[in-house]
Design a protein around this ligand. Structure first.
Ligand code: BGC
Length: 958
């Protein structure tokens, strides 16, 4: 029902609320935040529109909401512009509850909008007593595999349970967790579209669970619920773990336990008000005879289609109807604890210790807070070659992570092999040297269907562009292999293009590489035997990640994993989750890697205005800082822990003590800002002092009397300026030295992971923007453009991971192909600069409410190597809506098409000789509504601009 007053005011209001989200997700099911945060955007076609008040209605049913009855919460009219992360403070929410909500906004003239479209969220199982299902498993008689020279790849297990449902279903909800990874089924259909459920946590402390509304899959009468369960991260091979593990051979699996287990609970509500729960217990059946003969995330999957039967999860009973049910041996599941315990010796760089590998009930079940991993795109094969007879190589045209869909025809029993690679050797062979111990191979045994057969794996993924298929008697068609792109479905939020096509391509490469590595956690690379949540890579890249996609929920989830992995003494480990360790202390952290525990929450706060992430991890971050302080009472950097340092620098090693002091200073500064944001004034003051004292100590240790820095690397200069290690008065000369060093190095970078990210921002901030753009556009080794010119369609671990001249041996012909990933985002962190300082889209303070728009056209003719970038078109969908900055610079003229979303305003730094040369849509500034001229700052006119669309023009240049 629409109220007359709504209809009238809707007609008049200048804003309309849209894009409703709860905990950053749209209509999430089964969350466990008891005060979930609600967000929306206001849209407007008018300049300068904003929200001056809002009202939220939350109801226990769609009908009540429609009738305007917020029986769970009616916020009343709340004055303010807040639209992001407004916490629900209505009636306490209970397990399983669905909440329906809508919002109304008042515009700047106090006119009320119509109510938004309705949205909803549902609560998961909040108390452990809500779980009546039991953890079940199969009887595991396999001995512990301790031999590293052979792989142990057990089959995936199928679990099923038939049940009758005689009444009309109002709602059916399936909640499930696993030690391992699982795919849920109901009545022959796959439940949902998420891959690798429920997710990777430290299963000794916690597991994730997911909730699906399966009302639509229920049948009246006989039903069958089931799950396929594979080892996943729980007991399967874990990338980097291939170097460590159990037994004399240190086999890299069983990091959390030996035998996968399943917990599933189907809750049915009938229209007559009664309820029924079908939970996993020992009446479920389990079989290891299904078609998935091997299922390992990193090694690959092996499928025998002769054993397949889509009827395995349909009601009908084991010895009737379907081929598999008759052919597979089914037995009753056991309680997971019945497998008993296996003691094993685990060894890693923390030493050896005895570990219990039996089932342990995870003490906590947590709802998965990130967008699920989904198949988001399909890639058609572009090319098919046959480098050797019978060896077919498909080129999917793009480096990505995921799996393939195979479509073939052949004789029953023929076994096909699929290998994956990122590159080809010159002779057309697949390049697999860089996979190291990752087998990355799938097998498919044909059923022999006359009409052909189709298959895609479920429990593995690979990082690749090329697929090698062997085992077919004759050449397949190009459509035999289709690429399936997988990643956590973080919505893409930007577009970027500029007059330098190579750099437009580079941006695309970061987007691809980000998608390939945001799979469950932010990984370093998807292909070789690593795939860990390397902290250094994540902190370097997090801001760029946020420019490419909405990563708020993804990082919200991962930061819990990070806190969970924190070592007892306070450091965050090198990668999170941290499956090794098993409680052993050990030096498992490294400077600038460990600091991701501060840098990532800080960045999420800055980009999304999220203060809860700070509150949530405050105690953990404080423990970390206490450790850092205790470790360095003299406030100097240390050289302990893992010494990754300025990783992959080009022949310029910066001393670790220096880097460590620099990061200590940054942590303290950001802690003080975060403390202030959550009202912890005393701690803010403490960290403020601490950062100033560390900076003083740095100045004493590293600044020579005569202006120069004592550490003669580009990175040291960059970090000094970026992190504020030198007094204001010294900055100019340090910046000049940095420029000098770059010039002496033939205008090439020498920086590694740590120095490269802040290099261009520091140059721009020091008045060297033209040089920053010149480096951005460089094609000389090492540079982003160099990589693009060598054919990169993704971001490479090394600038010269491949060169046309030396192949995989690097620019100087002496590189080792094994540490050579073609999907490694760290050096892609330059895109943060491209959005902020080149396109000129930045936030002024947390959360993109007040914007800082400072387009960065380089001076025409400022680059002796190539035409400096003359136009940029960038779009970024912030939490308040889409921002567009599209600029064009010619000799003297500057044009800017700017769009600022409603409810925001901006300080715009417009290149202009003086105020009088500026026009907006042909008008003099004084006649333009929404724009206020503030002052001239050098060659920029500083304007205060309200939301809306603008066409600025000016005469630029000195
Ligand atoms: C990973 C990195 C990581 C590094 C630590 C490498 O093997 O791939 O990107 O940060 O180890 O130095």
């Amino acid at each position: 029902m629409v109220f007359l007053s709504d209809a009238v005011s809707a007609f008049a209001a200048g804003v309309s609320p849209v894009g409703l989200r709860c905990e950053y997700l749209s209509n999430p099911t089964g969350i466990d935040e008891t005060q979930p945060r609600l967000s929306w955007r206001v849209e407007s076609t008018q300049r300068g529109q904003k929200q001056t008040a809002y009202r939220l209605l939350v109801a226990s049913s769609a009908e009540k909401l429609q009738a305007g009855r917020g029986d769970l919460w009616d916020s009343g009219k709340v004055a303010g512009a807040e639209t992001v992360n407004v916490p629900y403070v209505g009636k306490p929410l209970t397990s399983r509850q669905t909440a329906y909500w809508k919002v109304q906004a008042w515009d700047k003239d106090g006119r009320a909008s119509a109510w938004s479209e309705p949205a909803r969220w549902s609560m998961g199982l909040l108390r452990s007593s809500d779980w009546t299902a039991q953890w079940i498993s199969f009887r595991d008689t396999a001995p512990l595999h301790t031999n590293r020279s052979t792989l142990f790849l057990p089959p995936a297990r199928h679990y099923r349970k038939e049940f009758a449902s005689a009444k009309t279903v109002r709602r059916a909800t399936l909640s499930a967790s696993a030690l391992g990874i699982c795919e849920l089924h109901l009545n022959g259909q796959r439940v949902g579209d998420a891959w690798f459920e429920p997710g990777w946590a430290d299963y000794r402390k916690r597991t994730y669970y997911r909730t699906h509304d399966v009302s639509g899959l229920m049948q009246r009468g006989a039903n069958c619920v089931g799950a396929i369960v594979a080892e996943g991260w729980y007991s399967g091979y874990v990338g980097y773990g291939l170097l460590v593990g159990y037994g004399p051979n240190k086999v890299g699996r069983y990091f959390y336990g030996k035998t996968p287990a399943l917990l599933a609970q189907l809750e049915i509500e009938y229209t007559d008000g009664s309820r029924e729960v079908i939970g996993t217990d020992t009446t479920w059946q389990v079989s290891g005879d299904g078609p998935i003969r091997e299922a390992d995330l990193i090694m690959g999957e092996s499928f025998d289609a002769r054993r397949d039967d889509p009827g395995w999860c349909r009601p009908g009973g084991p010895d009737t109807r379907s081929r598999a049910l008759a052919g597979w041996a089914w037995e009753l599941a056991i309680r997971a604890e019945e497998n008993g315990s296996t003691k094993a010796i685990f060894s890693d760089n923390c030493g050896s210790r005895e570990v219990e590998l039996g089932f342990q009930r995870p003490p906590r079940l947590q709802a998965y807070a990130a967008p699920p991993i989904r198949l988001t795109q399909e890639l058609k094969a572009q090319k098919l070659t046959e480098p050797k007879p019978g060896v077919y190589v498909f080129d999917l045209g793009q480096n990505f992570a995921g799996v393939i869909r195979l479509k073939v025809r052949g004789t029953a029993g023929a076994k096909l092999r699929l290998r994956y690679g990122e590159m080809l050797h010159r002779d057309g062979r697949l390049m697999t040297e860089n996979l190291r111990k990752a087998r990355a191979t799938d097998y498919y045994t044909l059923r022999g269907d006359a009409g052909g057969e189709t298959w895609q794996p479920r429990f593995t993924y690979h990082g690749f562009q090329f697929v090698e298929l062997t085992g077919l008697p004759e050449k397949p068609g190009l459509d035999a292999v289709t690429g399936l792109v997988l990643h956590n479905d973080t919505p893409l939020v930007s577009e970027f293009a500029c007059s330098d096509e190579g750099m437009t391509r580079f941006w695309k490469n970061t987007q691809w590489t980000q998608r390939a590595n945001f799979i469950e956690i932010p990984t370093d690379c998807p292909q070789r035997d690593e795939r860990l949540g390397w902290m250094g890579d994540a902190q370097i890249y997090v801001r760029t990640a946020s420019c490419n996609a909405d990563v708020a929920a993804f990082f919200t989830k991962w930061l819990d994993d990070v806190e969970e992995a924190q070592r007892a003494f306070g450091a965050y480990p090198d990668y999170c989750p941290y499956p090794m360790g098993h409680g052993a202390p050990g030096q498992t952290w490294g400077t600038a890697w460990t600091d991701a525990g501060i840098i990532c929450p800080y960045t999420i706060w800055q980009v999304y205005g999220d203060t809860r992430v700070i509150e949530r991890h405050w105690a953990s971050m404080t423990r970390f800082m206490d450790w850092r302080k205790k470790r360095a009472p003299d406030l100097r950097g240390r050289k302990d822990g893992n010494t990754w340092g300025d990783w992959l620098n080009v022949k310029e090693n910066t001393p670790l003590e220096f880097i460590d002091a620099a990061y200590f200073k940054l942590d303290a500064q950001w802690m003080s800002e975060m403390a202030r944001a959550i009202g912890r004034q005393a701690e803010a003051a403490h960290y403020d002092q601490l950062q100033a004292r560390i900076a003083d100590q740095c100045a004493r240790d590293y600044l020579a009397a005569e202006a120069a820095l004592k550490v003669h690397t580009q990175t040291a200069h960059v970090l000094t300026l970026a992190f504020g290690l030198a007094p204001e008065a010294r900055k100019k000369s340090i910046a000049a030295d940095l420029v000098e060093r770059i010039a002496q190095n033939d205008f090439r970078m020498a920086t590694g992971f740590l120095g490269t990210k802040p290099l261009l921002p520091v140059l721009t901030a020091s008045g060297q923007h033209d040089l920053a753009v010149r480096l951005f556009q460089s094609r000389k080794f090492p540079s982003w453009g160099y990589e693009v010119e060598q054919g990169a369609n993704s971001v490479w671990e090394r600038w010269d991971s491949f060169t046309k001249e030396h192949g995989f041996e690097g620019a100087e012909g002496n590189q080792n192909a094994s540490m050579n990933s073609f999907s490694h985002y760290a050096f892609g962190a330059v895109m943060e600069w491209a959005f902020r300082d080149l396109a000129g889209i930045d936030t002024d303070g947390p959360g993109f409410r007040r914007l800082r728009i400072k387009p960065g056209p380089p001076a025409p003719g400022s680059n002796p190597d190539r035409a400096p970038i003359a136009w940029v078109k960038a779009e970024y969908a912030s939490v308040h809506g889409k921002i567009l900055s599209q600029w064009k610079r010619s000799a003297e003229r500057f044009e800017l098409h700017l769009v600022l979303p409603a409810n925001t305003s901006a300080t715009v730094f417009l290149p202009a000789r003086d105020r009088t040369t500026i026009r907006e849509a042909g008008r003099d500034l004084s006649a333009v509504p929404g724009v206020k001229f503030l002052r001239m700052e050098g060659d920029r006119a500083v304007l205060d601009v309200e939301s809306g669309a603008y066409q600025f023009e000016s005469t630029a240049g000195p």
